[in-house]
Design a protein around this ligand. Structure first.
Ligand SMILES: Nc1ncnc2c1ncn2[C@@H]1O[C@H](COP(=O)(O)OP(=O)(O)OP(=O)(O)O)[C@@H](O)[C@H]1O
Ligand SMILES: CC(C)(CO)[C@@H](O)C(=O)[O-]
Ligand code: BAL
Length: 284
């Protein structure tokens, strides 16, 4: 069993046009590769709602903040293709760099509001890079649906806003975070954790779930977040970039958990930056 790998826009468009003639509903799952069960859950969800599923694999230089992070990003295309084939995904679109950013490329898509704060505050230009490449992939493919993980919750909001603002006719589907048995959110960057760091890493999720339960039960927000931040540092994380309560629908800051909300965090474990978020459902 294998999956066709497409590297050019011309071949992509020819295949999608053929699918369209057959009346197929097309979905896309954008990724940067190094596929894990989180990505595969998006592909399975896409296969339920569409007749043809394209997984994209492009390590997008424009969204990285450091050359070192880009260089260290895992590249495992062969293994990725082998994971996708048995699921029944229909195409791996792994474009050559010039198919995405041809010579002279000069356009930048910048989404204000939801891109600011949280990861946007610590990764300048990151969401411009994400919005630009995702817009490009959406327009190249012309899919009906696109699937994204809630693990990157702010990214999901940025992509929704961008597609709506630019009238790109695509439905954006958010899918729940897939976790290891010990609670750690799956992420391609987890492979960079040492054995000792890997043992500590799930404490972030534990502390977030615990704080979310307290907030849902009416605990004071500032004191709960302070205690959670102290617990993350005590667990062995080097730095907490942010730990904040935001409205689920527009990411606006909340000082009371009186409507559906998310508790979101980014923290450094050694040289690895991990993000996570959990829902807060106020008890009625
Ligand atoms: N644990 C997860 N559960 C659900 N979706 C996920 C998970 N991890 C990543 N995704 C989703 O997969 C898509 C591609 O993400 P990406 O290729 O950046 O993987 P990643 O594991 O998030 O890597 P990174 O180390 O860059 O965070 C995104 O929509 C992302 O939200
Ligand atoms: C959406 C995405 C594929 C754009 O490069 C990337 O940000 C990711 O993998 O989450
Ligand atoms: N998962 C979001 C991609 C990134 O960290 O660059």
């Amino acid at each position: 069993m294998s999956i066709p790998i497409v590297r050019t826009l011309a071949e992509l468009r020819a295949t999608v046009a053929e699918w369209r003639r057959e009346g197929a509903r097309v979905a896309v799952v954008p990724t940067m590769g190094a596929l894990h069960e989180g990505h595969l859950s998006l592909v399975r969800a896409a296969l339920v709602q569409a007749d043809r599923v394209i997984v994209t694999l492009f390590v997008n230089p424009k969204q990285f903040n450091s050359a070192a992070d880009l260089a260290a990003y895992p590249r495992t295309e062969h293994e990725d293709a082998a994971k996708l084939a048995p699921l029944g995904a229909h195409m791996l679109y792994a474009p050559d760099a010039d198919q995405v950013y041809p010579e002279g490329f000069a356009t930048n898509i910048s989404v204000s509001g939801v891109s600011e704060g949280l990861c946007g505050a610590f990764r300048p230009g990151h969401f411009d890079g994400v919005a630009t490449v995702v817009a490009k992939l959406f327009l190249q493919i012309g899919a009906d649906l696109a699937f994204f993980g809630e693990k990157d919750f702010q990214q999901l909001h940025v992509v929704r806003r961008m597609a709506r603002d630019l009238d790109i006719p695509i439905g954006i589907v958010g899918c729940p975070t897939v976790r290891e048995q010990d609670g750690l959110a799956l992420s391609s960057r987890n492979v960079r954790l040492s054995q000792a760091q890997r043992a500590v890493a799930p404490r972030l999720a534990d502390i977030l779930f615990d704080a979310a339960a307290r907030l849902a039960a009416g605990a004071a927000v500032a004191a709960t977040l302070d205690a959670a931040q102290a617990a993350i540092l005590a667990a062995g994380y080097a730095e907490v970039e942010y730990l904040t309560l935001r409205a689920e629908d527009d990411l606006s800051p909340l000082d009371r958990a009186d409507r559906p909300a998310r508790l979101l965090a980014a923290a450094w474990l050694g040289e690895v930056r991990l993000i996570d978020n959990v829902p807060v459902r106020p008890e009625t």
